[in-house]
Write a protein that binds this ligand. Structure first.
Ligand code: TMP
Length: 232
């Protein structure tokens, strides 16, 4: 399903991605996890997609405003890929190479789900685009925060207040349901990389599960560089 690890350096940090539908609580969990990891002395990079580098942030607005929507999902997929390529080369690869833990809000699974499945693109096209875009940078672990879209969308509405729903959030409940199923299908196909986390509870409950999963994965790896001497 994903690219090779051949371009990945031997001694590396840890690349963790967070995925899920709207209002799953990814950014809250990323902030809390980053604080915990930093308190243990780790070099942590928090980033997001679309965006995360100056070039990718420039493309973010085009995508989320809906400016590219009239040109179809293939155009959007290529723009997400352009943003991702810049983000990988400018931010993620250098951070992983120096031994940092990278926490990324969305990555290639979002393209597989939003453009691939609900945009109904040819899977071979999505895979080919993904391979050239990530160029060997594949997440070590992906946490899929799973929530009923009705609850997730209600949270997203509460969060943005008077603001307008973005190009993807505004779509029908049926489309959001298909996205949820697509994420669960990815998790089933790639159990070594993906963990599904029930994100319907309070942030504290979700945080407990996220922390346990991430700390277990880090402990299972070789010791990582820390700014201080403390280990996770
Ligand atoms: P967010 O910053 O609130 O998560 O918004 C990003 C939106 O962009 C979200 O609706 C998912 C969508 N998206 C895609 O459709 N494809 C992608 O590859 C990525 C990274 C995001």
């Amino acid at each position: 399903m994903h690219g090779t690890l051949s371009n990945r350096p031997a001694a590396t940090g840890f690349f963790l991605t967070f995925e899920g539908g709207e209002g799953a609580g990814k950014s809250t969990q990323i902030t809390r996890l980053a604080d915990k990891l930093r308190a243990r002395g780790h070099d942590v990079v928090v980033t997001r997609e679309p965006g995360g580098s100056p070039g990718a942030e420039a493309v973010r607005h085009v995508l989320l405003s809906g400016a590219a929507e009239p040109f179809g999902p293939k155009m959007e997929a290529i723009l997400f890929a352009a943003a991702r390529s810049d983000h990988v080369e400018q931010v993620i690869r250098p951070a992983v190479e120096r031994g940092a833990i990278v926490l990324c809000d969305r990555f290639f699974d979002s393209t597989r789900v939003y453009q691939g499945v609900t945009g109904e693109l040819d899977p071979a096209f999505v895979q080919a685009l993904e391979d050239v875009t990530v160029n060997g940078i594949v997440p070590d672990m992906t946490l899929i925060l799973d929530v009923d879209p009705q609850l997730g969308l209600a949270r997203a509405v509460a969060r943005r207040g008077q603001g307008v729903a973005d190009r993807f959030e505004k779509e029908t409940l049926a489309i959001h349901q298909r996205r949820r199923e697509a994420y669960l299908a990815i998790a089933e196909a790639e159990p070594d990389r993906c963990i599904v986390i029930d994100a319907s509870g309070e942030p504290e409950e979700v945080e407990t599960v996220v922390t346990a999963a991430v700390f277990a994965a880090l402990e299972a790896r070789a010791p990582m560089p820390t700014a201080a001497s403390a280990n996770v």
